[in-house]
Design a protein around this ligand. Structure first.
Ligand SMILES: NC(=O)c1ccc[n+]([C@@H]2O[C@H](COP(=O)([O-])OP(=O)(O)OC[C@H]3O[C@@H](n4cnc5c(N)ncnc54)[C@H](OP(=O)(O)O)[C@@H]3O)[C@@H](O)[C@H]2O)c1
Length: 284
């Protein structure tokens, strides 16, 4: 069975599975992870200016020899780069760091600062062909509706924490009218051993000859969310990508849905995020 794609609200087709490179150091570590993922057939990389490894992602993509149009690159702008005019410049800088002519998906990383001004520049960049798709991340307050209502181009994705313990059903209902889909960050709970060792996943894993992590990742696929678990371990990488040769039954999906318990692994109030993250700016 081949890997799956999701058609976004702007008509672009994103590979549903990718590699996330949050907390992967720039240089050889990021290059190696991206190189290995691409060699295995993964065609989607999720980075951000804040991760400080866009140059390494771009280098690994170019060095792979795979045609650029076959690889999906997502990056994100930090609030220090938000504002009409300022964001246009930030997009050009992101293109230069990645060493590419266009970004497949550009996200607003956080829901504070001049996100409305930034969005207007993102729409202009989309019209100019510098960006194929535009979306948002971590907009969970009423700022989500504020941005979506003001937007001419509705966000294609909303990237948020999402896993079996925190399934984001209320958020999914709020974004449905914009045609926006969820991208799951912390898809395996940032590697949380409690989530991974959940007995239900062990039970299903035995049935399908799959690991607990593969069961969780397959659940995301069948829920229709987009995911990019982070790993720098080639054994984990191969395991994570090997989820397209089986399916969970409707009953099994329902039993995993029952694990939803409102437990997040990242807990910071909006005020604290604004205070701690808002005061920081990534280096060029
Ligand atoms: N927009 C945002 O604000 C935001 C926030 C957080 C994350 N993200 C994105 O989401 C991506 C994923 O999130 P995340 O990296 O924080 O969490 P995650 O993918 O849920 O978990 C990553 C952790 O799980 C381990 N792991 C991966 N595959 C495994 C396997 N098969 N078996 C056992 N352990 C495994 C990894 O260690 P090893 O490397 O040792 O395998 C790592 O410690 C990020 O890389 C980033 O692209 C976005």
């Amino acid at each position: 069975m081949n890997q799956t794609f999701i058609t976004l609200n702007d008509g672009t087709k994103i590979p549903q599975f990718g590699l996330g490179v949050y907390q992967v150091p720039a240089g050889e570590e990021t290059e190696k992870a991206v190189r290995e993922a691409l060699a295995m057939g993964v065609r989607h990389i999720d980075t951000a200016h804040a991760y400080q490894n866009e140059r390494s992602v771009g280098k690994a993509v170019r060095d792979s020899g795979i045609p650029r149009e076959e690889i999906w690159i997502t990056t994100k702008l930090w609030p220090s780069e938000y504002g009409e005019g300022k964001t246009a410049e930030a997009i050009d800088k992101a293109l230069a760091r990645l060493g590419t002519d266009y970004i497949d998906l550009l996200l607003l990383h956080q829901q504070f600062g001049d996100y409305l001004g930034a969005w207007r520049d993102m729409e202009k960049a989309a019209a100019a062909g510098k960006v194929r798709s535009v979306g948002i991340s971590n907009f969970e307050s009423e700022r989500l509706e504020e941005l979506c209502e003001a937007a001419t181009i509705k966000p294609s994705v909303l990237q948020v924490e999402c896993h079996p313990y925190y399934q984001q059903n209320a958020l999914k209902a709020r974004i449905a009218k914009y045609g926006t889909v969820i991208e799951s960050w912390y898809p395996i709970g940032h590697g949380d051993p409690g989530l991974i060792s959940e007995p239900l996943f062990t039970e299903f894993g035995k049935k399908y000859g799959k690991t607990n992590v593969q069961i969780i990742l397959r659940w995301h696929i069948e829920e229709g969310t987009i995911l990019f678990p982070k790993t720098t371990n080639p054994v984990h990488m191969k395991e994570n990508f090997d989820i397209f040769d089986f399916s969970l039954t409707e009953d099994e999906m329902a039993r995993i849905r029952d694990l939803d318990c409102g437990r997040r692994f990242f807990n910071m109030s909006l005020a604290d995020q604004e205070k701690f993250l808002g005061g920081w700016a990534p280096a060029d």
